[in-house]
Design a protein around this ligand. Structure first.
Ligand code: ADP
Ligand code: MG
Length: 592
């Protein structure tokens, strides 16, 4: 086959233009991206080889090699993973297949115009996969052969990152891929072993494959006065820790390593809010390392968004987004679960039915809830002084948790509420984690426990109102009588509240009651005189009520005298079993 020229998909051309023209604050991320591709390729080979061991071609030690050639100004990342066929090289390197990259592009082409340096920062945060090579290279050559194909079925892919790329068939004995970067003049710093090792240590330590570099040693100049230099020895050494982070003992892992690992699996540039790392033994054995992000991703509300938990079996990567391991309402959780008991060739279908998976999922949900409970417990610390003048001691660890639950709740509280309808087994724990605004607190900081503790003598229900906004909720005429009697009412303004509350009839034995439904029965809170006055009024206004009812017969089910109003002449309520106004509006919005 001769050389063929292909054009990049339009988005790729756009992206490449961006990558090469924006200033970049951390260009070194190109290495993270290329090493992670090499590692993915090895994972893929290992996975395919489960069903066909011949793919190893008697070379089953999977590894990544990083080397450079000062004279030629090239840097090469080579792996002996799955490799690519010609068609795969065309498809995978010429189009944007990766959803994360698409999201990234849509962010860049969104309404806000960014400066080149802001764009550069965004690129650094997201990483743009393979194309980040063009941050440092003005030409990239990829040579590859897919495992299982013949030596003469190799492919060479070349591009200078403009509108097109060339592809030709080559002879290649070695399985796997070499990515050869022809470095730009301003990227020569990467022709340096020490520098490369630093970057690999920073981003790729947790990669479970060995990353090898050729050893160098110092050689004095040949003659007197001639400068010495580092020369290659032909011997290769492993430069990363090469052990999956989660498989190391907790005490050997630093906070920074946990955070870096999070960043590498989540593509989030901010440190996580919290994490939990455990080895679970018992009915089924597994390790979990689960993170709660600090910020909601912009696609959190995308219903198709996959959960962020990766499944490994005995350190072999099996799949991303293993939905079976985390319920929808915890879709913000990121991390890794590594099972010791699942078969390596587990499929998505099998996952749904596996008893081990069910146990892992239950255990992981509990873990996340405990993490949240712990944050909630330490969210506010009221400095208290005991009688003998000794202030109680707060550990630094606990102190670091202050304010985190509020932060979590502001980002993910609405998602967590979905759990009321989704996870019956944990409903009570979830209910305790909920926070609301109320007539005595503008911030969403009131828990149902707090509310109960403040309930008035004789109050028999937890009262709430739903509305579109906090202002609308606070000014609703339906609240008048509650205000007058000093009864706290929870103000619910999340779209999901109405739906979620359908699943929460009571909390700790106390019913939840909407103030906008039916004839609010204030029970013991209502004094006899008021009741009597209302009954008399109802009697006296009977003819008027009948007239109003007739006049409004298509619009209102009933018209009655009420004690719920103090200043307003009238208000609308729905029947006890009726759909609330808020829910009706929501369904209408959704076109139902
Ligand atoms: P992602 O890794 O998220 O899929 P990239 O842009 O990094 O996105 O890579 C695009 C695709 O190119 C990969 O999905 C893979 O199919 C292919 N690819 C890149 N590097 C390699 C490699 N070293 N070996 C095999 N395939 C690769
Ligand atoms: Mg990649």
């Amino acid at each position: 086959m001769s050389k063929h020229t292909h054009s990049f998909q339009a988005e790729v051309a756009q992206l490449l233009h961006l990558v090469t023209h924006s200033l970049y604050s951390n260009k070194e991320i190109f290495l993270r991206e290329l090493v992670s591709n090499a590692s993915d390729a090895c994972d893929k080979l290992r996975f395919e080889a489960l069903n066909d061991a011949t793919l190893y071609e008697d070379q089953s030690n999977l590894e990544v090699r990083v080397s450079f050639d000062k004279a030629a100004r090239t840097l090469t990342i080579q792996d002996n993973g799955i490799g690519m066929s010609t068609q795969e090289a065309i498809d995978h390197l010429g189009t944007i297949a990766k959803s994360g990259t698409k999201d990234f592009m849509s962010r860049l082409s969104g309404d806000q115009k960014q400066t080149a340096s802001e764009q550069g920062q965004l690129i650094g945060q997201f990483g743009v996969g393979f194309y980040s090579g063009f941050i440092v290279a003005d030409k990239i050559t990829v040579e590859s052969r897919r495992a299982g194909l013949k030596a003469n079925e190799g492919v060479r892919w070349t591009s200078s990152g403009a509108g097109d790329f060339e592809v030709e068939q080559i002879e290649r004995a070695a399985r796997g891929t070499s990515v050869i970067l022809h470095l730009r003049g301003d990227a020569e710093e990467y022709l340096n072993a020490w520098q490369l090792k630093q970057i690999i240590g920073k981003y790729s330590d947790h990669i479970s494959l060995p990353i090898l570099m050729e050893k160098e040693e110092w050689k004095e100049g040949e003659k007197e006065g001639e400068p010495g230099s580092m020369v290659k020895t032909g011997e290769w050494e492993t430069v990363n820790k090469a052990s999956a982070l989660w498989s190391r003992p907790k005490k050997d892992i630093t906070t920074e390593q946990y955070q870096d690992f999070y960043k590498s699996i989540s593509h989030d540039h901010e440190a996580p809010l919290s994490w939990s790392h455990n080895r679970v033994e018992g009915n089924t054995e597994y390790t979990q390392l689960l993170y709660i992000p600090a910020k909601a991703p912009f696609d959190l509300w995308n219903r198709d968004k996959k959960a962020g938990v990766k499944l490994y079996v005995k350190r072999v990567f099996i799949m991303d987004d293993a939905e079976a391991l985390m319920p929808q309402y915890l879709r913000f959780v990121k991390g890794v679960i590594d099972s010791a008991d699942l078969p390596l060739n587990v499929s998505r279908e099998l996952l749904q039915e596996s008893r081990d998976v069910r146990l892992i999922r239950d255990g992981s949900v509990k873990r996340v809830l405990s993490m949240l409970e712990d944050l909630a417990k330490h969210d506010k610390h009221e400095a208290s002084e005991s009688a003998d003048g000794v202030t109680d001691v707060v550990s630094d660890e606990d102190k670091a948790k202050e304010g985190k639950y509020s932060q979590f709740y502001a980002e993910f509280g609405a998602v967590l509420k979905e759990g009321l309808g989704e996870d019956f087994a944990n409903r009570e724990r979830l209910a305790k984690l909920l926070r609301f605004s109320s007539t005595s607190s503008d911030t969403a900081s009131v828990s149902l426990q707090d509310y109960k503790a403040r309930m008035k003598e004789g109050q028999e229900a937890i009262y709430y109102i739903t509305a579109d906004t906090l202002a609308a909720a606070k000014n609703s005429p339906q609240l008048e009588v509650f205000k007058k009697k000093g009864i706290e009412v929870l103000l619910m303004t999340d779209r999901v509240d109405e739906w979620a509350l359908n699943y929460l009839h009571d909390f700790d034995g106390t019913p939840l009651q909407s103030v906008a439904k039916g004839a609010v029965d204030l029970g013991k809170l209502q004094d006899e005189a008021e009741k009597k006055a209302a009954e008399e009024a109802a009697e006296a206004f009977k003819p008027l009520l009948a007239k109003l009812k007739e006049a409004l017969k298509d619009k209102a089910e009933d018209v009655r005298v009420t004690t719920r109003l103090v200043d307003s002449p009238a208000c609308l309520v729905v029947q006890d079993d009726g759909m609330s106004q808020q829910l009706a509006r929501m369904l209408k919005q959704a076109g139902q």
